[in-house]
Design a binder for this molecule. Structure first.
Ligand code: CTP
Length: 411
């Protein structure tokens, strides 16, 4: 798994809201990602979940008493503040938000937050009317001004039987936000277009031609690019995947022509374009508007017409933009991919051996070869698609840096 949470000391502070039961799952996921988790609970939190549950899930004693001693002679809250890499208050009730926003430190949790210099993330969850109340909103603003990290609650059914904004955000979003906090924003000046997934070409209203691309590689690139601070536009063919992050601009397309139009709409302001999509080379010459009936004949001839090669077209007009292509190959991987790079005027190409079993199509893992325009070849052994995405973005960053140094040399 690609994660910044491995070997980190994470403090999960639980306050008294019904969503406390969901925090159990968060603790479990964090330990799965290799983090060392310490749970701190308020008295009210213990009305909802027992400390034993968190102790079992985290493998560490749960702290809830103000004067509990942590390691030997050190006072608990100071010791925890010292070892922590990040604190997360989840769920954060209106009460804890109000207390911390106004400098109240009257129990273990609040004194610990006050004594820390590490990032503190608030994940609020409460009744929608409470969330919208002037007092809570004023306190939220105070927390933002003081430099605390905050997530917005989700919208939907609430435990109190009403609907509205107040739900705890999904656990995967909390984890992503935590990863975000640990990630250096080295792509924050970039506007990156990523294409992903298969295109679909229609034969008639019920039939189509497509390919086996799952979209996972492109979605992983979009997610990691966003985590590294880029503005991301994900132009996606039809996949079964949920959007990688809610703050990515998603554009859904079906056909190669729709994908081309979507790219051209966003092309002007883009600084990097990564074409991970598996674009159909051909579409039906005469798409039928009605369902084609089978005849007595044993064969049926479908006439195909070439689709635009979007990447080749971008290569002609790219200007200063960095253009990254993918190559799906079954033989002569490096030679064929390098040929595509030259033909389409790319800065870099990521070659996949799609004939290899167990990786690539549909899998969460892949093995690729990255080739740069000047001919440098680097083999990336099998790893998760998110790890590969991060390496691809490191290459993009390096190309940018090199360009900048060359430009500076000319000045
Ligand atoms: N591509 C594209 N438009 C097309 C076909 C491909 O933009 N009509 C892009 C893909 O998104 C990918 C790269 O070109 O980044 C290479 O795609 P690939 O299918 O490997 O190669 P092709 O150029 O289509 O050549 P061939 O199918 O003959 O291997």
């Amino acid at each position: 798994m690609f994660t910044t949470l491995r070997n980190k000391e994470i403090i999960i502070a639980v306050t008294g809201g019904i969503a406390a039961y969901k925090t159990c799952e968060l603790v479990r996921e964090l330990t799965r990602r290799g983090a060392s988790v310490h749970v701190v609970m308020t008295k009210n939190a213990m009305q909802f979940v027992s400390p034993l549950t968190f102790q079992t899930l985290s493998g560490h004693p749960v702290i809830h008493e103000m004067f509990e001693l942590f390691t030997g002679s050190k006072i608990g809250h100071i010791a925890l503040s010292d070892i922590a890499d990040q604190m997360v208050i989840v769920p954060a009730t209106a009460n804890i938000i109000g207390k911390i926003a106004n400098g109240i430190a009257d129990d273990f949790l609040t004194t610990m937050v006050m004594a820390t210099t590490v990032p503190v993330l608030f994940v609020p969850s409460m009744n929608a009317k409470m969330w919208e109340s002037k007092m809570v909103q004023m306190n939220i603003q105070k927390l933002k001004d003081a430099g605390y990290e905050l997530m917005e609650p989700g919208v939907g059914d609430l435990a109190c039987g009403t609907k509205g904004k107040g739900r705890l955000p999904p656990i995967h979003e909390i984890l992503e936000k935590m990863e975000d906090i640990f990630t250096e924003k080295d792509l924050s000046n970039e506007r990156i277009i990523v294409t992903a997934g298969p295109t679909v070409e229609f034969i008639d209203p019920v039939r189509c031609i497509t390919n086996r691309s799952s979209g996972k590689m492109g979605y992983a690139i979009a997610k990691i690019a966003k985590r590294r601070g880029a503005e991301v536009i994900l132009i996606s063919g039809m996949t079964y995947l949920p959007p990688p992050r809610s703050d990515i601009h998603m554009v859904q397309v079906r056909t190669a022509q729709e994908m081309r139009e979507a790219i051209m709409r966003h092309f002007e302001d883009a600084t990097v374009i990564i074409k991970a999509a598996a674009v159909a080379d051909f579409r039906c010459k005469n798409e039928s508007t009605v369902k084609i009936k089978k005849s007595e004949e044993e064969t049926y001839v479908l006439e195909l017409q070439k689709n635009p090669d979007i990447l080749a077209e971008l290569g002609k007009i790219k200007g200063h933009r960095i253009l990254v292509g993918f190559a799906a190959e079954t033989e002569n991987l490096v030679e064929n991919a390098f040929e595509k790079l030259k033909k389409k005027n790319l800065d870099m190409i990521v070659a996949n051996n799609v004939a290899k079993e167990g990786i690539g199509f549909g899998s969460d893992r892949n093995e690729v070869t990255i080739i740069e325009a000047h001919g440098r070849v680097r083999h990336v052994p099998e790893m998760t698609k998110e790890e590969i995405a991060n390496i691809i973005l490191d290459f993009v960053k390096r190309i940018m840096k090199k360009r900048k140094t060359t430009e500076d040399d000319w000045l």
